[in-house]
Design a protein around this ligand. Structure first.
Ligand code: NDP
Ligand code: GDR
Length: 365
């Protein structure tokens, strides 16, 4: 039985990856940081009573900012594969907490790589680093591929740039099986509520159910290459199953604006939204309602721009070229954007129908 250690197991990708590895027969260890409330909703269905025999899913308290803790967990678990998914992953928040982001996302990766060396596990333990399309930042070339120059545009992306290069350096310097997956945005019903896709699908559900009036967003022109998290964790696993360590772009090759995502999400609920105006004065309003369940009047304004959500430096256009992953990993995304939007909107409508609470966090970023 292979053993995997996942950092960031309570996150969107951690949950899907844990599920995938358990299906494949792995013993899965996850690192979870301490929180004042239990935040294991995404992985509760994988829970196994630790007092039973043959438990294949185990959680350990830990933090990417604590080397002693990481070394000890790796020593105890002796993993064949480490997936480093833990990060302060919100681009806008990284402008508020730049030093912490550098520590957790940048130096945190170094801590794991050094732990492998300190414990002399170079021959045994492979490591996957969650690199990101944010590395490309200011457009240098489209579509972006493995050889496209990086130009990070946020403290998050700069921290991830360090993590990318330290991973490559440990591969070249010490022969570690260390790989970067340069993943473009990937979404799902498990996506954090303050990333734009989930913020939109939650708002569509809340507006349709008349729990919320209007959705406030930042840059509607931003273009993203959106895939499904389930497809992308499959790519992570495939990257570590190669004969030699390498770096791969994982993307769909199709880009869509935030504005278009909003239209698609409302359309999924039967509500047709159009936009008028420009810049901070742009608004989205209802032009047709094809769903009798939702009492939304024609002309109602449901989207507005709030400059609070603008970023000091923005990434305007991401579109990835997944050719290398297709050829070498045999990887192919199964979901298109329409299917992703449908799953997310349906998920949020049923969530709000059960519990119609708007949380404070819905107002942030
Ligand atoms: P999430 O934000 O959903 O999950 C992040 C995880 O990291 C959570 O489990 C979080 O714990 C944990 N974490 C944060 N800080 C620390 C810390 N200091 N110590 C230990 N754990 C910590 O991210 P995703 O699942 O979406 O992304 C996974 C990884 O992939 C991240 O590194 C992200 O930067 C990267 N990435 C994501 C992409 C995407 O589109 N989703 C695209 C490219 C890269 P808690 O639950 O307690 O907050
Ligand atoms: P991103 O994701 O920054 O690409 O990082 P996010 O969904 O936050 O933003 C995507 C684009 O939408 C614009 N936008 C808004 N974003 C948020 N969050 N809230 C808004 O109200 C809003 N309005 C417009 C943003 O400006 C941006 O252009 C995600 C994270 O998962 C990273 O960890 C990962 O590395 C990258 O994807 C690839």
């Amino acid at each position: 039985m292979k053993t995997a250690l996942i950092t960031g197991i309570t996150g969107q990708d951690g949950a899907y990856l844990a599920e995938l590895l358990l299906e494949k027969g792995y013993l899965v260890h996850g690192i979870k940081r301490r929180s004042s409330l239990i935040n294991t909703n995404r992985i509760d269905h994988l829970y196994q009573d630790p007092h039973e025999r043959n438990v294949r899913f185990k959680l350990h308290y830990g933090d990417m900012t604590d080397s002693t803790n990481l070394i000890r967990i790796i020593q105890e678990t002796q993993p064949d594969e480490i997936y480093n998914l833990a990060a302060m992953s919100h681009v806008k928040v990284s402008f508020d907490t730049p030093e912490y982001t550098a520590n957790a996302d940048g130096i945190g990766t170094l801590r794991l790589l050094e732990a492998i060396r300190i414990l002399k596990l170079e021959k045994k333990t492979k490591i996957y680093q969650a690199s990101t399309s944010e590395l490309y930042g200011l457009v240098q070339e489209v579509p972006q591929r493995e050889t496209t120059p990086f130009y990070p545009r946020s403290p998050y992306a700069v921290a991830k740039l360090y993590a990318y290069w330290i991973t490559r350096n440990y591969r070249e310097a010490y022969g570690l099986f260390a790989c970067n997956g340069i993943l473009f945005n990937h979404e799902s019903p498990l996506r954090g509520e303050t990333f734009v896709t989930r913020k939109i699908t939650r708002a569509v559900a809340a507006i349709a159910l008349r729990l919320q009036d209007c959705l406030f967003l930042g840059n509607l022109d931003a273009l993203r290459d959106w895939g499904h998290a389930k497809d992308y964790v499959e790519a992570m696993w495939r990257i570590l199953q190669q004969d030699t360590p390498d770096d791969f772009v994982i993307a769909t090759g199709i880009t869509t604006s935030v504005r278009e995502f909003v239209r698609m999400a409302f359309a999924e609920a039967g509500i047709v939204v159009e936009f008028r105006g420009e810049g901070v004065d742009e608004v989205g309003y209802v032009v047709a309602n094809n769903n009798d369940e939702y009492q939304l009047e024609i002309g109602k304004q449901v989207v507005a721009v709030d400059p609070t959500y603008f970023r000091p430096t923005e990434v305007e256009l991401l579109i990835g070229d997944p050719t290398k992953a297709k050829e070498k990993l045999g990887w192919q995304p199964q979901y298109d954007l329409e299917a992703i939007v449908r799953e997310m909107v349906e998920g949020d409508i049923s969530l709000f129908a059960k519990d119609g609470t708007i949380h404070l966090s819905d107002m942030l970023y």
